[in-house]
Write a protein that binds this ligand. Structure first.
Ligand code: PLP
Length: 375
């Protein structure tokens, strides 16, 4: 990859960690046995699967038998939402308006199947106040699904408080922790969640692999019927190389978490200061409690999509919170939910820094923004 290109979109995906690649290689080459087979040749694959499950469990404070490997965040979210309430029983789902589409569209599918869903509003920082859930929850609640960190604005939700309310109501609690795992400390017991989704490619692992934590005893139907893999709940021959890579990447991210946090927060702070000094009229979105290195900035009377393309021409990758068509600018559901003032919302970009980004790159990005918007 050309190092002159500045990648500032780590919430979209991350570079494969060299340790993850190293952990994957044996299972892509000589150790290709099927872990379900009983002969000695399959033993390395079986061991890799067991060790990966132990590593992932240790990194999030779970037990190995509570970790179920999946194809990523989308599958984990779909499993949690669709497997925990029975449409026939009409148990109600409570979720927030700023969830990822993997949760929102899974909820919409449940609605079509006859299961009522309540979409709870968030405040201007994107936080779901515990009192909002407390006031809304009903005795027929089957599932509460609220993300741990938002992918567009970086806001960390008060999940620990929310799980207590769900438990009192007798509902299961799922959290989409795709943007949180590997970036902030995550302990499933401390959070009190019944299910937690994660995706490897957001923390230096390969794409197309993730996991769902399911608390022992939590009732959730099987997601994929077939062979007996994943305790018979998610059938299909395991992608051993990807799973081994995910475990190695997660372990490395947890080890470097504090060092990364310090670096990413210094970049964020630098961006804020440079932006304030630039004279550009912008608002920053999201709460104080946020994912390190994540910035959502809305520029007055600018167009997010135009900014994305102009920055791209200057060798900078960021993402936007809006899409333009011939007649109007369509805002993302998250920007609408947090009610970013109209004259700013259309000009929103998301920057998410990673360990390889530098202070010089931050300065260059702000200079480019000044040139594009101010000039
Ligand atoms: N949930 C959140 C919060 C995400 O940010 C994403 C990906 O951007 C997903 C779920 C989907 O994860 P995956 O790409 O592994 O399917």
């Amino acid at each position: 990859m050309d190092r002159t290109y500045i990648y500032a979109d780590h919430a979209a995906t991350t570079k494969l960690d060299p340790q993850a690649l190293e952990a994957m290689l044996p299972y892509l080459t000589e150790a290709y046995g099927n872990p379900s087979q009983r002969y000695a040749f399959a033993r390395p694959a079986r061991r890799a699967l067991r060790e990966a499950r132990e590593t992932v469990a240790r990194c999030i404070g779970a037990s190995p038998e509570e970790i179920y490997f999946t194809s990523g965040g989308t599958e984990s979210d779909n499993w949690a939402v669709k497997g925990s309430v029975c449409p026939g029983g009409r148990r109600r789902i409570f979720t927030s308006t700023i969830e990822h589409h993997a949760v929102l569209h899974a909820c919409a599918a449940m609605e079509r199947a006859g299961c009522p869903v309540v979409y709870l509003p968030v405040d201007a920082a994107g936080v779901l106040p515990p009192d909002t859930l407390r006031a809304a929850v009903t005795p027929d609640a089957g599932l509460v699904s609220v993300m741990l960190a938002n992918n567009e604005i970086g806001t960390v939700e008060p999940v620990r408080e929310l799980t207590g309310i769900a438990r009192q109501a007798g509902a299961l609690f799922h959290t989409d922790a795709v943007q949180a795992v590997g970036h902030i400390p995550v302990d499933v017991r401390d959070l009190g969640v019944d299910m937690l989704s994660a995706s490897a490619h957001k923390f230096g692992g390969p794409k197309g692999v993730g996991f769902l934590y399911i608390r022992s005893g939590a009732e959730l139907s099987a997601f994929m019927d077939g062979g007996g893999q994943e305790a018979g709940r998610r059938a299909g021959t395991e992608n051993i190389a990807a799973i081994a890579g995910m475990a190695a990447a997660l372990e490395a991210s947890v080890l470097r978490m504090e060092e990364n946090r310090v670096h990413l927060e210094s970049l964020t702070e630098r961006f804020r200061r440079r932006l304030a000094a630039s004279g550009l009229d912008a608002v920053l979105n999201g709460a104080e409690n946020r994912i390190p290195g994540s910035i959502s900035a809305s520029f007055r009377r600018a167009e997010g999509e135009m900014l994305l393309h102009r920055l791209d021409l200057k060798g900078i990758a960021v993402s936007t919170g809006s899409a333009c068509n011939a007649r109007s600018t369509e805002l993302s559901h998250v920007l609408r939910a947090i009610r970013v003032p109209e004259e700013y919302a259309g000009g929103t970009i998301r920057l998410t820094f990673g360990p390889e980004n530098t202070a010089e790159e931050v300065d260059y990005i702000v200079n480019c923004l000044r040139e594009i918007i101010g000039g």
